[in-house]
Ligand binder design. Structure first.
Ligand SMILES: C[S@@+](CC[C@H](N)C(=O)[O-])C[C@H]1O[C@@H](n2cnc3c(N)ncnc32)[C@H](O)[C@@H]1O
Length: 198
């Protein structure tokens, strides 16, 4: 869904070991450029080694916080990100940053975890359950509204996948009655892929 074209400059937020950057490199070819940002020095080191192994000279990795990117305005054709923005507490700030660095007419394609419905109090009170499953993820409608507020247009959910927490994980953290309440409730955890244009 990322719509990457040959020659594009692509930015991957929270690039980890660089896998999505290497997929993007296959799309942009020799004439494009791919930049990955991650705040973990270990991941940057691993990604750089992976790029060297592949002999790529137009894929670079920057160590830094994606909430304050050291990149110019109107610089990027396509922003991609997989399973990162849900970890950040201030969604409004990151979507404004994405808007700032994108060229006019540029677009983003982001996969992320969102919630639907109010989770049982016992679920969110359980620190490890909360941290492992839904920490910092927000309601889907609020997520889309933050994207709108950042002035993106053509906002589209391209794909939705339900995230199922396995029974053994639930049983490890919650008692039977809370699990029953969770399963009976109208709540869901979803992985969505969303696109939008500046
Ligand atoms: C779940 S991993 C996803 C990695 C990669 N996108 C992938 O799909 O394999 C999240 C990554 O985001 C990075 N990350 C989390 N918050 C960040 C922030 N505020 N700034 C930069 N990187 C961040 C982490 O270091 C980690 O590498």
């Amino acid at each position: 869904y990322a719509g990457i074209k040959e020659g594009n400059t692509v930015l991957d937020l929270g690039s980890g070991a660089g896998n999505d950057c290497f997929i993007a490199r296959a799309e942009v070819g020799e004439t494009g450029r791919v930049i990955g940002i991650d705040f973990s020095p270990q991941m940057i080191d691993r990604a750089r080694k992976n790029a060297t192994k592949r002999g790529y000279t137009n894929v670079e990795f920057i160590e830094g916080d994606i909430e304050n990117m050291l990149l110019p305005n109107n610089f990027i054709d396509v922003v991609v990100s997989n399973c990162v923005l849900n970890l950040l507490p201030e969604k409004d700030r990151i979507f404004k940053e994405i808007h700032r660095v994108l060229k006019k007419g540029g677009h983003f394609c982001i996969s992320d975890v969102v919630l639907n419905g109010i989770f049982p109090k016992e679920f969110t009170d359980n620190a490890s359950m909360y941290a492992g499953c839904i920490a910092s993820a927000i309601q889907k409608d609020d997520y889309l509204s933050e994207i709108e507020k950042a002035n993106f247009t053509n906002i589209k959910i391209e794909r939705t996948k339900t995230v199922v927490i396995p029974d053994d994980v639930l049983q490890e953290h919650l008692d039977e009655s809370t699990i029953a309440k969770y399963k009976a409730g109208n709540v869901g955890i979803y992985s969505i892929t969303v696109t939008g244009i500046k």
